[in-house]
Design a protein around this ligand. Sequence first.
Ligand SMILES: Nc1ncnc2c1ncn2[C@@H]1O[C@H](COP(=O)(O)OP(=O)(O)O)[C@@H](O)[C@H]1O
Ligand SMILES: [Mg+2]
Length: 255
Amino acid sequence: MARDPERRFAGLTRSRAAERPRPRRELAPYPDPTVVELRNVSRTYGSEPPVRALRGVDLVVNRGDAIAIVGPSGSGKSTLLNIVGCLDRPTGGRCLIEGTDVASLDEEELAAVRGRLLGFVFQTFNLLAHRTVIENVMLSEVYRGGDRTGRRERAMEALERVGVADRADFLPGKLSGGQQQRVAIARALTGAPSLLLCDEPTGNLDSANTESMLGLFDELVAGGMTMLLITHDESVAARMPRRTTIVDGRLSEHV
Ligand SMILES: Nc1ncnc2c1ncn2[C@@H]1O[C@H](COP(=O)(O)OP(=O)(O)O)[C@@H](O)[C@H]1O
Ligand SMILES: [Mg+2]
């Protein structure tokens, strides 16, 4: 379904929905505290032989939850993130995003949910190398189709929030890995997402930058951000208020 999931996650490919002007379906703010609800979710890839990548996964993410998912390579982490990130659908069970069953949505509607409700942060930052820091942040709004007025100001505010406003006019290559990841987080935050999905966000950072990134995550969590964070690093997971482990497609929560 997703040939280049990271670009689509980051909102860097224009969906057909974004190209064609049409009335936006404005939804009332969703009052329920539940952002994501997975019920008995399975995902079997129809390869030969079939691979049961997720088996009976239950997970409820409430507003303000910050949850780490730790698991070895091949355990189903990316499959789970693709489903929560509306890039893929379960083959069994139900995945509800703010009360909407993703099974009921077509491709355009899934893209709209991604743009409106989700922010994505990746191990490899995925910044455009030939665009300045502030352009990278502004572009995510361009692709999301938001209001032009105040776009630069909003991008600047997001950069201030993550502490890299003084690098706004630099190219990403001139920044440290930690600074680049802060820009990627600023980009994800401009849409005021209901949920921030982070796939190994410290995977390419040295220990000093990892520590500084964890400080930023602490601030986001304290500010009420809802986060789902995949990591190999137990010390990163330890900083998240809720911790889960995935092994062979089965998720369990540490209590
Ligand atoms: N498109 C696919 N087709 C067949 N098998 C896949 C596909 N994507 C992932 N898998 C398999 O599903 C399992 C879980 O993969 P994945 O979710 O990528 O794990 P992780 O992200 O934890 O490394 C692995 O055994 C992997 O080989
Ligand atoms: Mg993976």
